[in-house]
Write a protein that binds this ligand. Structure first.
Ligand code: SF4
Length: 238
């Protein structure tokens, strides 16, 4: 059995376990490469796992186009969760549209409004959630486990691709003719909101294009547990 076959088999087993023992469960997709591997595995197996995306209002058009491409390819509508309009309006009125460049706190407050709060709504009522995170993606994900406790959301969290490499992901996507975000062909290995994501140079860390103006240690959006601890979002007002 090839390395990829073995990874796919164990990932299928993880997804089947979630479908069997953790229903209702949901998969949070950013519509990037890793998430398309999981989308393909979940939808082809018709597993009872809902797929959603956080539509922050600041995504690239190429990322938004993936919603239609998934619909065309799999006949599946990814559920969208958006920020509360009043919270966005207040942040923009008080701080400006792009205040996230001013400080880590301002950036985390924007992520809290546009991602963390909608994520809480998307996860409510579920037993477990799934991400496409991989251990090799950055120094904040080195201890990522396939199955973790998520004390912040009081549920189990699964990272079925924790053991996959970048090469494994792309080998799977090509072999299975999976639709992929056009930004990946333009030097974006990791994709987030448009103003907070840039293309990277050959040899740079795959997460180097996310919040590139910050220290590597700050580069998470508060949605995940790192080194066993939930990353807390500091309120600007606190
Ligand atoms: S990634 Fe940037 S634009 Fe998106 S929610 Fe976070 S700070 Fe705001």
């Amino acid at each position: 059995m090839s390395k990829l076959d073995s990874l796919v088999a164990s990932t299928r087993q993880t997804l089947e376990l979630i479908a069997r023992e953790y229903t209702p469960a949901v998969f949070a997709s950013s519509l990037a490469a890793e998430d398309m591997v999981l989308t393909d595995l979940i939808l082809k197996a018709k597993l009872p796992i809902g797929i959603f995306s956080l539509e922050t209002g600041r995504l690239h058009k190429e990322t938004l186009a993936m919603l239609d491409r998934v619909k065309d390819h799999y006949g599946y509508d990814i559920a969208l969760y958006r920020p509360q309009p009043e919270a966005v309006e207040q942040y923009v009125a008080q701080n400006g549209l792009n205040a996230f460049y001013d400080s880590v706190d301002m950036r985390k407050e924007c992520c809290r409004i546009r991602k963390v709060e909608p994520l809480g709504r998307a996860l409510a009522g579920n037993k477990a959630w799934i991400t496409g995170q991989r251990r090799a993606q950055s120094n904040t994900r080195g201890s990522l486990q396939v199955h973790e406790d998520d004390p912040g959301h009081l549920m189990d969290k699964f990272n079925p691709l924790a053991d996959w490499s970048e090469e494994d992901v792309w080998e799977y996507l090509r072999a299975n003719d999976v639709p992929t975000n056009a930004l990946h062909d333009q030097g974006f290995p990791s994709i987030g909101c448009e103003p907070c994501t840039r293309a990277i140079q050959p040899g740079e860390d795959v997460r180097a294009g996310r919040w590139w103006w910050e220290n590597p240690e700050s580069k998470e959006c508060g949605l995940h547990v790192v080194d066993g601890k939930l990353i807390r979002i500091k309120s600007v007002a606190a």
